[in-house]
Design a protein around this ligand. Structure first.
Ligand code: NAD
Length: 444
């Protein structure tokens, strides 16, 4: 089937490659000429395991191509996926300008019955706005072309995006059009071979499902971080508590890891956007504000430990080794990453940072440029040389089993601030290193 995808970011590019892989003929359109020119010569703009070879296979088979030409994109197909960004507005609500601009582009060029599928995360009711925008352009054109608007939110996770897209747990489709439903079933049939994964519902419920899912996950994290903070006050160990509650099948183990806060392009903005949408309906979604507030506090946690350990006046002149820059492992994405809050607080206090991340170094360079208080280094060992302490903010796998002897001999102040609870405090302390984890029994 011919498909056009507008927006070639984490969502659009991965989905396009996966669609091409199962045989669809996909045209990818983006307004970012640098990104498209790169993709045309095989340069993948993001780090996602397996993506490069899948894109290459798609291009080689001629089932995947890239363009900045919006008209070409519209002419390519009659099924259009919108996968552009929906960043937070100044007040935290979702900015729909890119989504509505694509809707307009489609309406200006479409010449046969069209299906407009919204994959971006958008507030409830956006489908109606897209419909209204398309209708008004068609009216201006003086044509009457039938079309449907479908909500099809995306649930992929950066770091495992390819697998999530190729083997989705569920496919949410929001539409009341039997024709659009039939076409969506055809597009997604290769992904539902063993069991039916498609859940068809009304458009507003589909839009809301995405926010409810992300807010639930963010709530689990903030809840657990709040428990970790209480565990500190009460001299309990949150890691033992985590195992204790995770073994209850009603709770489960996933998403209950305490840490130095969630980041990324989705949870922070989606929690904020739903809270703002609630406000527009005159409803105070108190739990969402608490989730946000707890997370903001949690991102400051490691810096607070550093202040507690050294005294704020003694941070100036320290050199701190930082392991991890991306907001989570297996991605180079630093949007809303806890590392950024920590870096900025450290610089403000006069410290220097030696940082290492397996994938996010270029991104850090892009964000911060060259500055004398940030040195990006090529290995996790290199950053230890000349450092006073080690800080961990991203739980990359190969940080799990470090060479503790090297840490002990390299770190002048022999202290680890671990924002992801990777190590056992007692074992680390037995090696002669001071250790700060999240919720590990120190008094608050
Ligand atoms: P992104 O910022 O990586 O990519 C968006 C792309 O859209 C950019 O390349 C941009 O140049 C392009 N764009 C903007 N305006 C355009 C236009 N008029 N025509 C064509 N292209 C245009 O964003 P993303 O992370 O892929 O997220 C896209 C949407 O999917 C967001 O709503 C996000 O909330 C949602 N989402 C993201 C994830 C994730 O993990 N990143 C997961 C699920 C859902």
């Amino acid at each position: 089937m011919k498909i056009t995808i507008f927006g070639v970011g984490y969502v659009g590019l991965v989905q396009a490659a996966v669609f091409a892989d199962v045989g669809h003929d996909v045209c990818c359109v983006d307004v970012d000429a640098v990104k498209i020119e790169g993709l045309q010569v095989g340069t993948i703009p993001i780090y996602e395991s397996g993506l490069e070879s899948l894109v290459e296979a798609g291009v080689t088979s001629s089932r995947l191509h890239f363009t900045t030409d919006l008209k070409e994109g519209v002419a390519h197909a009659q099924v259009y996926f919108i996968a552009v960004g929906t960043p937070p507005d100044e007040d935290g609500s979702a900015d729909l300008r890119y989504v509505l601009s694509v809707a307009e582009t489609i309406a200006q060029g479409m010449d046969g019955e069209a299906i407009i599928v919204n994959k971006s995360t958008v507030p409830v009711g956006t489908g109606d706005k897209v419909r209204a925008r398309v209708e008004s352009v068609l009216q201006e054109r003086g044509v009457n072309i039938p079309f449907s608007v479908v909500s099809n939110p995306e649930f992929l996770k950066e770091g495992s995006a390819l697998a999530d897209c190729a083997r989705p747990e569920r496919i949410i489709i929001g539409t009341d059009s039997p024709y659009a439903e039939e076409v969506m079933r055809e597009i997604y049939a290769p992904f539902s071979r063993n069991r039916e994964k498609m859940l068809v519902m009304d458009q507003r419920s589909a839009e809301f499902t995405k926010y409810a899912a992300n807010c639930m996950l963010a709530t689990k994290i903030s809840f657990m971080n709040e428990m970790a903070n209480l565990a500190e006050c009460m001299s309990a160990d949150i890691e033992q508590v985590r195992r204790g509650i995770g073994s209850d099948s009603r709770i489960g183990y996933s998403f209950i890891y305490p840490g130095c806060g969630y980041g990324g392009s989705c949870f922070p903005k989606d929690v904020q956007a739903l809270a703002r949408s609630a406000g527009e309906y005159g409803y105070n979604a108190a739990i969402l504000s608490a989730v946000e507030e707890t997370n903001a506090r949690q991102k400051e946690k490691i810096f607070k430990y550093i202040v507690q350990h050294y005294g704020v006046e003694n941070i100036r002149g320290k050199t701190l080794a930082l392991w991890g820059l991306s907001f989570k492992p297996d991605t180079d994405d630093m949007r809303e990453a806890p590392s950024r809050v920590l870096l900025e607080a450290l610089w403000q206090a006069g410290a220097k940072v030696h940082a290492y991340d397996p994938e996010a170094m270029e991104e850090a360079q892009r964000i911060y440029g060259y500055r004398s208080d940030l040195t990006l280094m090529g290995t996790k060992e290199a950053v230890l040389q000349g450092a006073d302490a080690l800080l961990i903010v991203t739980e990359w796998k190969h940080f799990r089993v470090p060479d503790f002897e090297l840490l002990q001999s390299s770190l002048a102040d022999r202290v680890i601030f671990d924002g992801r609870n990777l190590y056992d405090p007692q074992s680390v302390e037995q090696l002669g290193l001071a250790y700060y984890g999240i919720g590990r029994g120190r008094s608050c």
